[in-house]
Design a protein around this ligand. Structure first.
Ligand SMILES: Nc1ncnc2c1ncn2[C@@H]1O[C@H](COP(=O)(O)OP(=O)(O)OP(=O)(O)O)[C@@H](O)[C@H]1O
Ligand SMILES: [Mg+2]
Length: 358
């Protein structure tokens, strides 16, 4: 395994075992006592709603003296069965602490990232103002541009978010906000591709949004290519800006070469309808596969996992030649790939998440 990832997981698992404290903010800023926040249930008069669908935490919407709060409380056992899932709450506390430290120095940065009022690893709670909005369900030019800008700003300051899923992108109809950093780890954007260092160039801000959110939502779009064209214009502009900035900041050759490669690919995609369709097929094939593998890895599959498998099967059966031209099939034949998909489907059926326990 990548030593950077192994080191990070070992460090966080040891912290979890030792019950180490990570504290953010001040306890006296909490609207209720710590003991109340730790024990309150759905019936408490301050609770407006309980969001029980999260994998590593329960989220309560509270209203106290006219103010709306979000109380995130760690589950005793994370519902994601891997080290990153088990340590997601600690990871989030570390990121929240770093984000608040940056904001102390530069109060206007990251305007669309939630503030942390209080957090404690030992108490298992994280308290923030309640943000207006709903998880993103439909896409438009505005929210596409905003989710890219928000994730790009995080990455620019050295935090790579592996999980910009629809449930982690709140949209109030005017603005996208970010608030879940359970799978966000630090990196140096001048010398690393992402928080795995220089090992995995295929993972970047644009790929993560395509894999976690866009590819899934585009399964429901009648004409996704029109939105995809708009997205590619945005991502090309991002790559060009990043290239200019990172060159000024003395980024290393592999980082610049990767960005140049992406910009080139996306420029070609925007050169005509056929090129756009080819780029769509290549990147959606990659994203659906990555997301299915991620769900299987965490044994956390759902109906969307099965729909992604349907898309992949359809693409392999009907567009195999075109896919092979994109040269990303790892030398596997059509029948081998279909057999692999059948195995994944069996696992995905076995690992469908049941609803959260009460
Ligand atoms: N500050 C906030 N304001 C408003 N809503 C919030 C806030 N924080 C979380 N939520 C809501 O609660 C849901 C779960 O929160 P969050 O994603 O932080 O928990 P989680 O347990 O990490 O979930 P998952 O593991 O599914 O990503 C979000 O999808 C969002 O709808
Ligand atoms: Mg979440």
């Amino acid at each position: 395994m990548n030593p950077k990832v192994a080191g990070r997981q070992a460090r966080l698992l040891a912290m979890l075992q030792r019950n180490d404290e990570i504290r953010v903010g001040r306890e006296r800023d909490c609207p209720l006592s710590l003991a109340q926040l730790q024990s309150l249930g759905e019936g408490h008069p301050a609770v407006i709603a309980l969001h029980d669908g999260g994998l590593s935490a329960q989220v309560f919407h509270l209203k106290v003296e006219g103010h709306h709060w979000c109380l995130k409380r760690r589950r005793a056992v994370s519902r994601v069965a891997n080290p990153d899932g088990q340590t997601a709450f600690l990871t989030e506390l570390e990121r929240r602490r770093e984000i608040e430290a940056l904001r102390e120095l530069h109060p206007t940065l990251l305007p669309n990232v939630v503030c942390t009022s209080f957090g404690s690893a030992r108490a298992g709670i994280l308290l923030s103002p309640w943000l207006r909005g709903e998880p993103v369900r439909t896409l438009c030019e505005r929210n596409l541009a905003q989710m890219l800008a928000a994730e790009a700003e995080l990455a620019r300051w050295g935090w790579f978010d592996w999980d910009p899923s629809p449930g982690n992108l709140l949209d109030d109809g005017q603005q996208i906000s970010l608030f879940d950093f359970g799978y966000t780890w630090p990196f140096d954007p001048r010398f690393e591709f992402n928080s795995n260092g220089l090992c995995d160039p295929e993972f970047h801000v644009v790929e993560r949004l395509e894999t976690r959110t866009l590819s899934g939502l585009w399964l429901d779009e009648v004409n996704p290519l029109a939105q995809f064209a708009c997205w590619r214009r945005l991502t090309l502009a991002w790559a060009e800006q990043e290239l200019a900035r990172l060159s000024r900041e003395g980024a290393c050759a592999p980082v610049l070469a990767r960005l140049e490669g992406l910009a080139g690919e996306w420029r070609t995609a925007l050169s005509g309808e056929e090129a756009l369709a080819a780029n769509w097929l290549k990147d959606m094939y990659r994203s659906h596969r990555l997301d299915v593998l991620d769900d299987l890895g965490g044994k956390s599959c759902g109906p969307l996992t099965l729909r992604r498998l349907d898309w992949l099967e359809h693409a392999l059966r009907h567009l195999y030649e075109e896919l092979a031209e994109g040269a990303q099939l790892g030398g596997m034949s059509q029948s081998q790939l279909l057999e692999e998909l059948a195995r994944w489907r069996e696992q995905a059926r076995a690992w469908q998440l049941s609803p959260a326990p009460a």
